[in-house]
Design a protein. Structure first.
Length: 235
């Protein structure tokens, strides 16, 4: 099995998974967060170097206030544990998204986590929080305009590589494989620029049930894809 270098996941279906068991949606989020922890280890053991998960979108603020609060509290706990785990397993953690809208304590927790793990050489783990790809692109464009005005960069020098360096994913290679769990076949404002040539994989399995076997199956499908990047491959 040839592991993709970068796997991105839209972890979907926590709520439906819990409801199907007659349990509150928030229970699904708790199990979903536990699964993220487990999958960090599994991905790394399979040889994946970059793992990017979508935890909370810019649109998820539209959910009921108590669900948003519960998710934010889960993220608080999750990030607190993450700093300990990252030091143990040498994981480098980055948070993608517009952090300015998050509570102060969460922001400083993220700052500490990124600072403490930045030189770690194990799994590169990215969590997208208050992330929306359109928002990310707009923030990049605004910063580019600013840097052109202050003459830090020149319009003529702007190319795809330089543009990429203005995105939250600066320095991270584009995903090779995108997995979305729980049946929906859409991108929901995730990594629109970065997914330009990514292989897409959709499964009906809900995120809390997605484990090593399911990931191996996705990688097997990925291994059978022919990535041409617009070119022709002679047979
Ligand atoms: C994914 O599960 C987690 C978040 C978006 C925060 P959902 O909460 O979207 O679960 P479903 O799709 O409603 O079942
Ligand atoms: C996408 O899932 C966002 C995250 C996984 C954080 P949603 O459940 O919010 O997406 P839609 O609403 O089904 O498109
Ligand atoms: Mg959903």
């Amino acid at each position: 099995m040839n592991a993709p270098k970068h796997v991105a996941i839209i972890l979907d279906g926590n709520g439906r998974w819990a409801r199907s068991k007659g349990l509150p949606r928030n229970y699904g989020h708790i199990q979903g967060a536990k699964n993220v922890e487990k999958m960090c280890e599994i991905t790394y053991n399979l040889g994946i170097q970059y793992f990017t998960v979508y935890a909370f979108s810019t649109e998820n603020w539209l959910r009921p206030k108590d669900e948003v609060e519960a998710i934010m509290n889960l993220l608080r706990n999750y990030l607190k544990n993450c700093i300990k785990r990252a030091q143990k397993n040498n994981m480098c953690v980055k948070v993608l998204g517009d952090l300015s809208k998050l509570d102060e304590d969460l922001k400083s927790q993220i700052f500490e986590l990124e600072k403490a793990t930045k030189d770690n050489k194990g799994l590169h783990f990215q969590v997208a929080i208050n992330y929306g790809s359109r928002d990310e692109i707009l923030r990049a464009v605004k910063k580019i305009i600013e840097d052109t005005e202050t003459k830090k960069i020149r319009k003529d020098g702007l190319n795809e590589e330089l543009f990429s360096s203005y995105l939250d994913t600066k320095g991270i290679p584009d995903p090779d494989l995108l997995i979305r769990t729980s049946g929906e076949q859409r991108i929901s404002n995730y990594l629109l620029w970065q997914l330009a040539y990514t292989e897409l994989y959709f499964t009906n399995v809900a995120w809390p049930d997605f484990g090593e076997e399911e990931l191996k199956e996705a990688i097997e499908v990925y291994n059978n894809r022919d990535r041409r990047y617009g070119a022709v491959k002679e047979d």
